[in-house]
Design a protein around this ligand. Structure first.
Ligand code: SF4
Length: 350
């Protein structure tokens, strides 16, 4: 085996990307540079997919895709100003405010999701942050109940403190989602009510509590390619890479500041998935919002590129998503198999 020091020396004489490929294959890196990630992203599309498919095949079971289910347990009325979100109270959208659901309703939704093949159940509440009140006590009960159903239980509740993360961990929470959304430099164009550092602090609190981290972002927010790479750079260079990385394409919603944005072309989504796969080889890359617009063939390219999770169910929080039957037909056509719960834990520990 050639040592990495020698590779760096040789890199001065031969093509840099060959060395990069060796380093990619040798494991997870936390010292990516923006230009390296850019060089990956900007390759000809099929070359990029070939490279990411190779990384995917080395680190994951080919053709296995996790079915996740996402339920909005408290909808709308959020005090934050995320420019893409129809749940922000300040924007005039069709979203109806709904108080926190009962534990029984959530358990029955989780049961239905499990019967439909979901191995991960995510609960989302439109809160700025978690407060230590009766609502949080109820979420803890939900986590305990779903945890007992042999599914990965995940929450996305806004910012949380270390103590709150510990309480969730004690209740059996498997994963916590908190997206960085975009690059640090584009972030202030999208959200002004909390900072990028606030986001990273929540991720750190989650990590300290021993909960697995789910964090990704959205493309189509008016960002540049450099912002997209900046987002991946932030995630890839965290002290421990997120176990789960959702890649969303904006679903523009009327009434939000980004309601008139154009949808992103499918090849941009493929590029994001592929680049995320290469720079975070062991993470689950989740093809999330925006999937409704993709044909089966376009989704197939995303799976080739390294996506290994989808959200099933006709709604993704408040925006439309493919019907369950359509997804099952896609699994049949492409020969995909649903990934069992906790399979990613094994991959990350390798
Ligand atoms: S994305 Fe979350 S925090 Fe932002 S406005 Fe929507 S519900 Fe609130």
């Amino acid at each position: 085996m050639i040592c990495k020091k020698w590779l760096i020396v040789i890199a001065c004489r031969v093509k840099k990307h060959l060395i990069l490929k060796y380093l990619i294959m040798s494991g997870v890196r936390h010292n990516w540079t923006l230009s390296e990630i850019q060089a990956i992203y900007e390759q000809p599309l099929l070359q990029l997919v070939l490279e990411s498919a190779t990384v995917h095949n080395q680190n994951h079971k080919w053709g296995e895709v996790q079915i996740s289910s996402l339920l909005s347990i408290k909808t709308g009325g959020c005090p934050e100003d995320c420019a893409y979100c129809p749940q922000a109270a300040r924007y005039h959208t069709d979203v109806k405010v709904q108080a926190l659901m009962d534990v029984e309703e959530v358990v029955s939704a989780a049961q239905k999701a499990k019967e439909g093949g979901a191995s991960r159940f995510c609960m989302g509440a439109a809160w700025r942050e978690v407060r230590n009140n009766r609502d949080f006590d109820r979420v803890i009960e939900m986590v305990k109940a779903v945890n007992g159903m042999d599914m990965e239980v995940c929450c996305t509740l806004g910012m949380i403190s270390e103590q709150q993360a510990e309480r969730l961990a004690d209740a059996g929470l498997y994963a916590y989602n908190h997206n960085v959304d975009t690059s640090e430099s584009h972030y202030k164009e999208i959200i002004t009510t909390r900072t990028y550092d606030d986001r990273l602090q929540t991720l750190s609190n989650v990590r300290k509590a021993g909960i697995s981290v789910c964090s990704g972002g959205i493309i189509g927010l008016g960002e540049t390619n450099e912002d997209r790479m900046g987002m991946l750079l932030t995630l890839a260079n965290l002290p421990a890479q997120p176990e789960s990385v959702p890649i969303n394409a904006l679903v523009p919603v009327e009434g939000t500041p980004l309601g008139d944005n154009n949808r992103v072309p499918f090849d941009d989504l493929v590029r994001m998935v592929a680049t995320a796969r290469i720079v975070m080889p062991k993470s689950a890359v989740r093809l999330s919002a925006g999937r409704l617009e993709l044909s089966v063939a376009e989704q197939a390219l995303c799976f080739m590129a390294g996506a290994n999770s989808i959200f099933a169910g006709d709604k993704l929080l408040t925006t439309p998503n493919p019907e369950y039957n359509q997804d099952m037909e896609m699994f049949r056509i492409l020969g995909l198999t649903p990934k069992a719960a906790f399979a990613d834990k094994v991959v990350m520990e390798q």
